[in-house]
Design a protein. Structure first.
Length: 188
């Protein structure tokens, strides 16, 4: 399963990117200058014993990152060797996103746990270091106080939260998948 997933996910992402450019409105707002896969799922389980903070696979986790070259639709995936229990932190991270895609926003389109779609509410895009663009999926500290640099793909932060799903859903997680869209502001 892991071997096929490592081939199929990048192939589907490439096909979707080609279709988006070929059949879209013909405009690519800004192209990324970074090389390599640069979007990934940040994750820490309930007791922080299982963590991922980058595009490389970590102990017990296989990471399937996405290469962000322009605005468009992408998917990032974590596959766990041993079922993971609970969640303390989960987010989409785009390495160098604040530099490569200034002002870009992220909209989560779907979240699946163990292949099952789950419900979620509205989040927001931010950066806590001025370099990495991030959208929190679940961040248990800080509550719902939005940071100054919070922004949203639709221009409204009403109803936005850093905890967009029920943490009780993170039991015996072997597969976490997130589909999302990156929006870039017009460079007029």
């Amino acid at each position: 399963m892991k071997k096929w997933r490592s081939i199929i996910i990048p192939a589907l992402a490439l096909i979707m990117a080609i279709c988006a450019v070929s059949f879209g409105n013909g405009e690519i707002k800004k192209e990324v200058t970074a090389y390599g896969p640069n979007a990934y799922l940040m994750f820490a389980n309930g007791d922080w014993s299982v963590q991922n903070n980058g595009v490389e696979s970590a102990k017990g986790i296989t990471v399937y990152p996405a290469e962000i070259r322009s605005e468009g639709f992408y998917s990032v995936v974590l596959e766990f060797d041993i079922p993971s229990e609970g969640v303390s932190f989960a987010a989409i991270g785009i390495k160098n996103g604040e530099h490569d895609l200034p002002g870009a926003t992220i909209r989560i389109d779907a979240i699946r746990i163990n292949d099952k779609p789950i419900e979620f509410s509205k989040g927001y895009t931010t950066s806590d270091d001025g370099a990495e663009t991030r959208m929190n999926i679940y961040r248990e500290w800080g509550g719902d106080v939005l940071p100054e640099e919070a922004r949203s793909w639709d221009g409204s932060l009403e109803g936005a939260s850093s905890m967009i799903l029920d943490p009780a859903l993170f039991m015996e997680v072997t597969l976490l998948e997130v589909d999302f869209t990156v929006f870039c502001p017009s460079q007029d």
